[in-house]
Design a protein around this ligand. Structure first.
Ligand code: PEP
Length: 256
């Protein structure tokens, strides 16, 4: 059974004082059980202090983006070696806001994914269709293309997590139903099986993201191919993030 991962994408939120308060509350509220992996992805300026704040806990630290080069004249950018130096173990690549607001393309994301893995970190690679694409019946084609244009056999499966985040569900309060999520997750896993093999595909975690909240988390996480959640809004409130982690723990316990 794949161990669930609950990841929080803080986006462009929190000052240092606010971040300390949030992370301390998450630390204090985390149960001892090690059945669920927990990852927080604060903005760049908080990474080094948050690395200190999570020291000695089982909370892992990730970044929300990285540049594809290791160093150089790229004003305003941050590289993978810098993120590793700050204490990150994971980097989110291809979030829909990076694709749609900042124009990141498949070929750029393919370079970024390889930079993350080449730098010794794990990647959380985001995919997902827009509402227009879903309504045009193109969900499968879009998701398959987002996988094939970025992921390849050269990407070690044990360094890869995929996050399915339908764009229409991000920050809208409108989540995919558990059945809709399961349908796409199963499709993603079969695509990964065709690319790698069945054993590798079965080992890769596929997270669902898009308005995951305490009241819908358990039903989503109970789906056989939903291996965790990438959480935006609800990860900014410690009680909500902890409730989603607890929901993942309940699903694991119920399956034993
Ligand atoms: C996200 O940004 O990755 C996300 C899923 O946001 P929200 O949970 O707020 O929809």
């Amino acid at each position: 059974m794949r161990k669930p991962l609950i990841a929080g994408n803080w986006k462009m939120h929190k000052t240092l004082a606010e971040a300390r308060e949030l992370v301390n509350s998450i630390r204090d509220g985390l149960r001892d059980d090690a059945h669920v992996d927990v990852l927080i992805c604060p903005p760049f300026q908080l990474l080094a202090p948050m690395a200190k704040a999570v020291e000695g806990s089982r909370i892992m630290l990730g970044a929300q983006n990285a540049h594809e080069a290791s160093h150089g004249a790229f004003t305003g950018e941050v590289s993978v070696p810098m993120l590793a130096d700050a204490g990150c173990t994971h980097v989110i690549i291809g979030h829909s806001e990076r694709r749609h607001i900042f124009g990141e393309t498949g070929s750029l994301l393919a370079k970024k994914v390889r930079a993350v893995i080449g730098g010794g970190l794990e990647v959380v690679y985001c995919i997902g269709e827009t509402l227009e694409q879903r309504e045009a019946g193109r969900t499968q084609a879009v998701v398959e293309q987002q996988i094939t244009e970025v992921i390849g056999k050269d990407i070690a499966p044990d360094r890869l997590t995929v996050a399915y985040e339908p764009v229409w569900a991000i920050g809208t309060g409108r989540n995919a139903t558990p059945e809709q999520a399961q349908e796409v997750h199963a499709l993603v896993r079969s695509k990964l099986a065709a690319m790698y093999d069945r054993a590798a595909a079965d080992s890769i975690r596929i997270l669902y993201g898009g308005s995951v909240k305490p009241n819908n988390a358990e039903a989503l996480l109970a789906q056989p191919d939903v291996d965790g959640a990438l959480v935006g809004g609800a990860c900014l409130v410690a009680a909500d993030f902890l409730a989603i982690i607890a929901a993942a723990g309940s699903v694991v316990t119920a399956a034993r």
